[in-house]
Design a protein. Structure first.
Length: 265
């Protein structure tokens, strides 16, 4: 193994391990932000018996497996979401580095941070039907930095993405209030569409929207039928939007190029 291969392998392994640790922190964010709690204090503890987790109860994935998904003290079940978020975030960080590191290490980091933010939006919106401004702001700031590093599209493509999708979502939002007398979307979705349109540019954001709306239609039709929901039961759109944005961010470029080649462009 040559020097370059060694460094590359080292970066991959490091990004996976870092992704696991950050995933562990995302669990804290996902639990505490909607409850208005401080992120730094107190130390993690069992939500049932208040047992304060020791360092060896806090190792990503391993602790969960060794404890069999139960609290060390009271034996209460711990949600598998904790382990899912850690593994998911590690995979997303590894993919960011695998796909973008060679082209631009800075863009790989932007991508990893944006994907972690989307993980928080996904799980919080799923449970609380809320998208917090702080996450949208991180996506938007990632968009500003990516203006200088993505090398795929022009700066005005980012701007068009923000205006077109932020504006489009705002139209749907106010249109639903005017015509249907209710919110068709949350206003958080409008802000997220604007920030993500800016981050991805209109081309990839179009793909993100396609993924979000098709998957939402299919899954919501099935869910409504299976759960026998009454009229007007609300489901969040943010989780679908987050998945669409994440997929478009990681693999949007090859998908769009493949589609254009079909059209002979
Ligand atoms: Zn406990």
């Amino acid at each position: 193994m040559g020097y370059d291969e060694f460094i590359t392998l080292y970066v991959y392994i490091l990004s996976g391990i870092l992704g696991l640790c950050v995933g562990s922190f995302l669990n804290v964010v996902i639990y505490r932000v909607p409850n208005g709690m401080n992120l730094a204090k107190p130390d993690s503890h069992c939500t049932t018996c208040d047992y304060t987790l020791k360092w060896y109860d806090n190792i990503p994935v391993l602790s969960y497996l060794m404890l069999g998904g139960k609290c060390r003290k009271c034996g209460e079940k711990i949600s598998p979401r904790y382990m899912i978020v850690e593994i998911l975030n590690a995979v997303l960080w590894l993919l960011s580095v695998l796909i973008f590191w060679e082209q631009s290490p800075v863009y790989a980091v932007i991508c990893a941070i944006a994907l972690s933010t989307l993980v928080c939006i996904f799980f919080i919106d799923l449970e609380h039907l809320l998208i917090f401004n702080r996450f949208v702001i991180i996506i938007f700031v990632a968009g500003i930095v990516s203006l200088f590093f993505d090398g795929y599209i022009e700066w005005y493509d980012h701007l068009i993405g923000a205006v077109a999708f932020g504006g489009g979502f705002a139209l749907i939002y106010y249109g639903a209030i005017l015509i249907l007398k209710r919110e068709g979307l949350g206003f958080g979705d409008v802000k997220l569409a604007l920030a993500a349109g800016f981050l991805l540019g209109w081309q990839k954001m179009l793909l993100a929207m396609l993924i979000a709306s098709v998957s939402a239609s299919v899954i919501l039709v099935i869910l409504r039928r299976v759960r026998n929901d009454e009229e007007g039961h609300e489901y969040p759109f943010g989780p679908f939007l987050s998945v669409g944005i994440g997929v478009a961010m990681l693999v949007g470029e090859p998908i769009i190029n493949w589609y254009l080649s079909l059209l002979g462009m």
